[in-house]
Design a protein around this ligand. Structure first.
Ligand SMILES: *[C@@H]1O[C@H](CO)[C@@H](O)[C@H](O)[C@H]1NC(C)=O
Length: 390
């Protein structure tokens, strides 16, 4: 269980249909009886395919693409921009099979990874970036807040509350918001506004994956890639949701006594049961993850980690199927690395159910979810007033 607990790309069936569950050896049956048979088969098939494509370029895309594109998207994700749905239908797979020089390079038809896996690893690109800020100021702690592109209100609240804490106990803290790309109506206008907002605050990072709930795993992995690439002198990072209250001084105090490597903490779930009811928000079928329980993982509302883990987790993600449940996925990657998440030094530092505000209560926790109706700016101003907490 320890070794195989991690959803390994090779050991798990790739198909979503329940009928395929538990048949990972299927592909092995295709191994040829003898090498000569095999070579002959490949040559014959290749010739046929070539002739077929040359004669009938339009139809070939639809016919032969299903398994080829599957193979392509699964094994060698092609680092080109994904074609839109219309392009996918008409594009041909010939370039990936017979590198025909006279033909312009065409894209592999898009194949969705299905509802329970996300498009990762994949070469996403940053459309808004702050590539130097972290390297220049060398913060002790970087706060990354995943937020929807349109949610400027949340960003402003965070900037004027805990996100505005740039120095505490002589430690530099930096805040970044991480967004995906918006699609549909008004997307262009929103992008203009984002560029303006970025100019103003210099705290936006945007990647070109589609921003939606089901893609949170992509967001987190892009965050790790970004931290690894741009924050080499930083000790710790925290991913924290935009509706949280964060006690920055308490967090820094905890980190000053924390391990410097292989460290990830938060509200650690143990023995988390895999939800098999298709109506559940976090449903995962056995064909994707066959075990009844997840390994330990820190709940996604807010977790802190030593920066060395950014690179290690990105590395691990190459071996672990990217399930859409973001915090579970990090747990699976941690399991692959054999690094269990650490419990915080005190129970109650991280709260998943909103704690009612009082100066005393909030002074003793690090992060809590907040009720939607709470005036977080008022709370913050009250919390920051000098004087005794309890
Ligand atoms: C997630 O992002 C990818 C890459 O941008 C996109 O193709 C996919 O449609 C998105 N998923 C959902 C559920 O929107």
């Amino acid at each position: 269980m320890l070794e195989s607990g991690c959803a390994n790309r090779q050991s798990l069936p790739l198909s979503q249909s329940a009928g395929d569950a538990g048949k990972p050896a299927e592909s092995r049956r295709w191994s040829c009886m003898s090498r000569r048979h095999c070579l002959f088969f490949v040559l014959a098939f290749g010739t046929l395919l070539f002739l077929y494509n040359a004669r009938n370029p339009d139809m070939s895309s639809n016919r032969s693409s299903s398994w080829l594109s599957h193979y392509n998207t699964v094994k060698w994700r092609i680092p080109y921009k994904r074609p839109g749905p219309s392009a996918a239908v008409s594009s041909s797979v010939t370039t990936t099979v017979s590198q025909n020089k006279s033909e312009p390079q065409t894209l592999a038809p898009y194949k969705s990874p299905g509802p329970y896996l996300v498009e990762y690893p994949y070469e996403y690109h940053f459309t808004i970036n702050e590539p130097y800020k972290c390297e220049q100021q060398k913060p002790f702690l970087v706060l990354v807040v995943p937020v929807a592109p349109h949610n400027r209100a949340h960003r402003n609240i965070i900037r004027s509350t805990w996100g505005g804490e740039s120095l505490d106990q002589d430690k530099v803290v930096q805040l970044f918001f991480l967004l995906g790309r918006q699609s549909g109506e008004g997307a262009e206008q929103l992008q203009e506004q984002l560029l303006q907002e970025s100019k103003e605050h210099r705290d936006l990072i945007q990647s070109d994956f589609l921003d939606c709930y089901k893609n949170l795993t992509i967001k987190t992995m892009v965050m790790l890639e970004w931290l690894d690439a741009h924050c080499s002198a930083t000790s710790y990072a925290m991913k924290i949701d935009s509706d949280m209250f964060l006690n920055v001084p308490k967090l820094i105090s905890m980190l000053l006594n924390a391990p410097k490597t292989n460290y990830l903490t938060g509200l650690v779930a143990k023995g988390g049961v895999v939800l098999r009811d298709p109506k559940s928000k976090w449903y995962l079928p056995a064909s994707i993850y066959p075990y009844p329980q997840y390994p330990r993982y820190a709940l996604g509302l807010g977790y802190v980690f030593s920066l060395d883990l950014a690179k290690k987790l990105v590395g691990a993600s190459r071996h672990v199927k990217a399930v859409y449940i973001e915090d579970v996925y990090l747990g699976l990657c941690m399991k692959h690395l054999n690094i269990p998440p650490t419990d915080p030094p005190k129970w109650g530092y991280f709260q998943v159910f909103p704690v009612r505000y009082s100066r005393c209560e909030y002074s003793q926790l690090i992060a809590t979810t907040t009720d939607a109706g709470l005036d977080r700016v008022w709370v913050w101003n009250d919390f920051k007033k000098p004087g005794k907490y309890c």
